[in-house]
Design a protein. Structure first.
Length: 482
């Protein structure tokens, strides 16, 4: 460890570690401070790699394969014997993937000359030319103060706790605990019908749990296009997930090895018993011990770090990224912000296009969107036209047994500019990138109509959706437009 750096990054999650790698590529002396311990070992990668995006996707894939083997292979003429799931082996696979990726990140930092300081970091003073950062090692040795010309705050977020359902890490768990159930709960309650709740609920439902999702909001997936939220609710309920909107949990307590959940459903009180309860009502910025009293960093009314469009705080040379600042709490958003911050420190004039940040829910089928919903476009004063095409009329989707869902596009009727794309389908998280790329290049609906899509592919449904926006879809009967 040096005593002075060009850049010190506090936080080794996706935003922090990518910033460290980019800084190393640009020839900066850089240190990345990260305190996380995972399975007894120091680990980079933050929530995403250790207890979020990656392990949850490993379990989603395992559980999907199990369910498909058990229920879907017969349609293909494939006969199997009794299908069983080894939970221990499934969890071991998940842990191995996490270890491989976090180890890879450590190697990337080392290979790019970035120092990984294992411990905690606190910005003591960010007002001068040389910023003061207190580093406290994990090994218990005394804190030291290091100086940096620039600092990036990238400490991420943690799950929100709610008093009515206190976490005990045995019966009532947060999203981290839900990744390590050693057996399939017979009945599983989930507080929160957002991304995390639906994904974790999907994992254990596929493996045999009876899943009940309690969502306090009166609308399901309120951030999504209404057509998408309606379709997603229909499909998830058909799979056996009991989704209860406008239902607030008022108390959860453990009695005789079960969780008794009391709730208010549209004014009607009720109680149900579960084997496990997952609390996933959102996340909050993690600022504990991050800023000293004299750091000089300003916060917003919501307690986030205040930044401009380029993630710079009120202090020259001090940046904040990811879940600490405004915008969606998404790993890919943090990654791009980290890259932007480093490159601006280096003198480059880069920026992040927040209008094309993609959202994905990794249920099956997946749910993904980019840009404006139809409702948002109308609220913003656009004269809107939309196009939509069902996967039920797509040959590749039918052949693959993945004919659920649709692709929808939202456009400005006056300029023909694509404003948003919304997808419910297998592989929606990949398909929606076509909309993101088109929006980055300010494409019109006509631009996409004139492109040749390979046949047979699910992406052909994108072509049909943009044709549909002008009443021209070939594989669907279109209503004549006035």
């Amino acid at each position: 460890m040096k005593q002075s750096y060009d850049l010190v990054i506090i936080g080794g999650g996706p935003g922090g570690y990518e910033a460290a790698i980019r800084a190393g590529q640009l020839g900066m002396s850089v240190a990345c401070i990260e305190k996380r311990i995972n399975k007894g070992e120091p680990a980079l990668g933050g929530t995403c790699l250790n207890v979020g995006c990656i392990p949850s996707k490993a379990l989603l894939d395992s559980s999907h394969r199990y369910e498909a083997t058990k229920h879907d292979l017969a349609d293909h003429g494939i006969t199997t014997g009794e299908v069983a799931i080894d939970i221990s082996k499934m969890l071991s696979r998940k842990d191995a993937i996490v270890k491989q990726l976090t180890g890879g990140v450590a190697a990337l930092l080392k290979g790019n000359g970035a120092d990984w300081l294992q411990g905690t970091g606190k910005l003591l003073d960010g007002k001068g030319a040389d910023k003061q950062v207190e580093f406290t090692p994990l090994d218990g040795s005394a804190p030291t103060t290091i100086t940096a010309k620039n600092v990036i705050l990238a400490s991420g977020s943690v799950p929100i706790d709610i008093p009515v359902a206190p976490i005990d890490n045995e019966y009532i768990v947060d999203s981290t605990g839900a990744l390590d159930f050693t057996e399939v709960p017979a009945r599983l309650g989930v507080i929160g019908g957002g991304v995390i709740g639906l994904e974790l609920g999907s994992v254990w439902r596929r493996l045999g749990s009876e899943v009940v999702v309690f969502e306090a909001m009166p609308e399901f997936l309120a951030a999504a296009d209404k057509a998408v939220s309606k379709e997603a609710a229909k499909l998830l309920k058909a799979q056996g997930m009991d989704i209860r909107i406008d239902t607030k949990v008022t108390q959860a307590q453990v009695e005789n090895g079960k969780v008794l959940v009391s709730f208010d459903a549209k004014g009607q009180a009720g109680q149900e018993t579960f084997d496990k309860l997952i609390v996933c009502v959102g996340r909050r910025a993690y600022k504990e011990n991050l800023l000293g009293e004299n750091s000089g960093v300003e916060l917003t009314e919501r307690g986030l770090v205040a930044v401009n469009d380029f993630c710079q705080t009120n202090l020259d040379g001090v940046y904040a990224i990811g879940d600490l600042v405004r915008g969606p709490m998404l790993a890919h958003k943090a990654m791009e912000e980290g890259m932007m911050a480093v490159e601006r420190i280096h003198g480059e004039k880069v920026q992040v296009n927040y209008d094309t940040i993609i959202s994905v829910i990794y249920t099956h089928p997946e749910i993904a969107w980019v840009g404006l919903t139809e409702e948002q476009a109308k609220e913003q004063g656009y004269e809107v036209k939309t196009g939509q095409f069902s996967l039920a009329a797509n040959g590749r989707a039918l052949a693959a047994g993945e004919a659920q869902g649709f692709i929808k596009v939202v456009a400005d009727a006056k300029t023909d500019r694509l404003l948003g794309m919304h997808v419910v389908s297998a592989g929606a998280g990949d398909i929606v990138h076509q909309g993101m790329i088109a929006m980055e290049f300010v494409s019109s609906i006509e631009d996409l109509q004139l492109m040749t899509f390979a046949h047979p592919t699910i992406s052909e449904a994108v072509h049909e959706a943009v044709l549909s926006a002008d009443g021209r879809a070939i594989h669907a009967i279109q209503r004549k437009r006035k």
